[in-house]
Ligand binder design. Structure first.
Ligand SMILES: C[S@@+](CC[C@H](N)C(=O)[O-])C[C@H]1O[C@@H](n2cnc3c(N)ncnc32)[C@H](O)[C@@H]1O
Length: 273
């Protein structure tokens, strides 16, 4: 499937878009709905590439969408995987906002999707006996992305794909980092530096946990600057001693305390560099 095919396919599915409230009842797609649709379509393209490369042999996929909001991403992904790839998908959609979760339930019901479970609660508190194949998260605010990554590791997910939103947790800390003041005194530079640093730390944390990590863009930066996707796949070798060297070096250089380490204990070893 070529770039843009998924967007065209989704745009043609008025019933789905109306039920998701991305499209108005008379078929109108306003700029907000169109932007979200493009983000979701771009993210789904990346996810489908990973699923086809690394989970091709699995006919049944267990997927979690953390900080799901109205579950645009999870539900669109479920439909694409079922319709295009013939997979059977069990989707769990989790969000702290109970009203949004109620909406997710109504959407799943209206679309006749029986294998969707919507859970109101914090990602970090989500518990499951079963392993998950894929964990996805789109624009989970601030450290909610760290929760999604941490929970993905704890659930043994083969693939974890997260497109972060705001990176405030680290931004507040780098201002005082050693030697960084001449750079970080400029608000916009500090903002961009924090975004890159936070996502690099997340990637290094995933590497420490035994994942191979790449960065992809889900859309043009002109559509959204929040377009970076952290794509992680669990390696066969798993967690190896010394794999956390990159994480520790980065953390120490910038003098920051990333929250992800607290959310997922046991990944970073105690010894000093
Ligand atoms: C910007 S919205 C993104 C929603 C959706 N993924 C999307 O792209 O449309 C962020 C969502 O994260 C949820 N959220 C924030 N912190 C959370 C946490 N710790 N656990 C689960 N959900 C959380 C909020 O309730 C909100 O719905």
């Amino acid at each position: 499937m070529q770039n843009g095919d998924i967007l065209r396919r989704l745009r043609a599915d008025a019933e789905l878009l109306k039920t998701l409230e991305l499209m108005g009842p008379h078929g109108q797609l306003d700029s907000r709905g169109d932007k979200k649709l493009r983000e979701v379509a771009g993210f789904c393209e990346v996810i489908l590439r990973y699923v086809r490369s690394f989970l091709a042999k699995k006919n049944r996929l267990r997927i979690a969408d953390f900080a799901c909001g109205k579950s645009y991403l999870g539900i669109v992904l479920l439909k694409l995987l079922e319709e295009l790839d013939g997979k059977q998908v069990d989707l769990v959609a989790v969000d702290t906002n109970e009203q949004l979760i109620e909406k997710c339930r109504n959407i799943a019901f209206a679309l006749g999707l029986k294998r969707v479970r919507c859970v109101a609660g914090r990602t970090l508190e989500f518990e499951s006996e079963e392993e998950f194949d894929l964990v996805v998260s789109l624009h989970a605010c601030d450290s909610a992305t760290d929760e999604a990554i941490a929970k993905g590791i704890q659930l043994g997910a083969a693939l974890i794909l997260a497109v972060p939103c705001c990176q405030n947790q680290i931004r507040g800390q780098i201002k005082n980092g050693p030697g960084l003041r001449p750079m970080a005194e400029f608000g916009l530079i500090r903002y961009r530096l924090a975004n890159m640093l936070t996502d690099a730390l997340r990637a290094q944390f995933l590497k420490s946990a035994g994942y191979y990590v790449e960065m992809q863009e889900i859309a043009s930066p002109r559509l959204t600057p929040k377009n970076l996707c952290i794509c992680a796949r669990r390696t066969r070798r798993g967690k190896r001693p010394g794999a956390d060297v990159g994480y520790k070096a980065l953390k120490s250089f910038f003098g920051v305390q990333p929250r992800i380490e607290k959310y997922c204990p046991g990944i970073i070893t105690e010894e000093e560099l």
